[in-house]
Design a protein around this ligand. Structure first.
Ligand SMILES: [Fe+2]
Length: 288
């Protein structure tokens, strides 16, 4: 089934993309209307949400379901298109329900085996009701997506500096890089907790899939950026921002990893943030 192209105004901008590259996630609060949230929760209770065989184009999934309506929201289409392109493939989904006052927190993990591709999958997480802190929800470690691990090998790690609990209002969306460290927290309330997740594989090379107008403008003034006079939120600043768990050496490594991913996404092999990657590439061949 062919779907109309995403309107440009719903695509992410370069700053949002740079934040995804730097931190491994983006969140969008209260994106899905309440009516749809209620419909999805009713479908979860009824057990009627059905995924598809792995590798099915997303446009062919969830026909007739409220989940289809969520995925068809222009804002969601814009987010998905910007990150993984048109009509990505369904990988797997999960409907997570935590009963009231249920059990234990999940161990910290990444959702796959060690996966060192530069191309990336995204995980779209959808929270159809308010998630207060005591309800648990997803916990994630910003910036961890370049530390590729083997699924639960990191489960012993607890309370990492800078971790973020997904406390949100109904209809909020989290979109994660496949490498990010995360876990489900305990539900300490007397209400059921719902979360829907779907993993998406790109079908196209992830090259400037978002709205890149601002990127072209940003490239007009590289000297200003190098002199530290650029906008607070210029791309280099975003890609250089430290996470609380970084120590000095880790911070440098993460910046280089971010620059590599930014080059991959923009196709600009000369891009750098404060000379970090360029220095490593300096292999002179000239002779005296
Ligand atoms: Fe997970």
């Amino acid at each position: 089934m062919t779907r109309p192209a995403v309107e440009e105004r719903y695509l992410l901008d370069s700053q949002q993309m740079a934040r995804f590259v730097a931190r491994g996630f983006l969140r969008f609060d209260e994106l899905v209307p309440q009516e749809l949230n209620r419909m999805v929760m009713a479908e979860i209770d009824a057990g009627t949400i059905e995924g598809a065989p792995a590798g099915t184009p997303l446009s062919q999934c969830y026909q007739g379901s409220a989940i289809r309506k969520v995925l068809d929201l222009p804002e969601i289409q814009g987010i998905v298109h910007s990150l993984v392109g048109p009509d990505p493939l369904f990988d797997h989904d999960a409907v997570h329900v935590r009963e009231p006052n249920q059990g234990e927190a999940q161990g910290m993990h990444a959702d796959s085996i060690i996966d060192t591709r530069m191309a990336f999958d995204v995980q779209l997480m959808y929270y159809p009701h308010d998630v207060p802190l005591e309800m648990g929800g997803t916990l994630l470690l910003p910036g961890s997506h370049f530390r590729r691990v083997n699924e639960m090998d990191i489960a012993r790690y607890q309370n990492l500096q800078g971790q973020i609990p997904m406390v949100c209002k109904a209809g909020s969306i989290l979109v994660l890089h496949h490498g990010i460290w995360h876990c489900g927290r305990r539900n300490r309330t007397d209400r059921r907790r719902y979360m829907f997740k779907v993993r998406l594989n790109p079908q196209v090379r992830q090259l400037r899939l978002w709205n890149t107008r601002d990127l072209v403008e940003g490239y007009d003034a590289p000297q200003e950026i190098f002199a530290g006079q650029g906008d607070e939120d210029d791309i280099q600043t975003i890609l250089s921002r430290q996470e609380p768990w970084f120590e000095a050496a880790a911070g440098r490594l993460e910046i280089i990893n971010r620059v590599r991913l930014w080059r991959f996404l923009t196709g600009d092999d000369s891009f750098d943030a404060h000379y970090w990657l360029t220095r490593l590439e300096n292999v002179p061949v000239a002779t005296l």
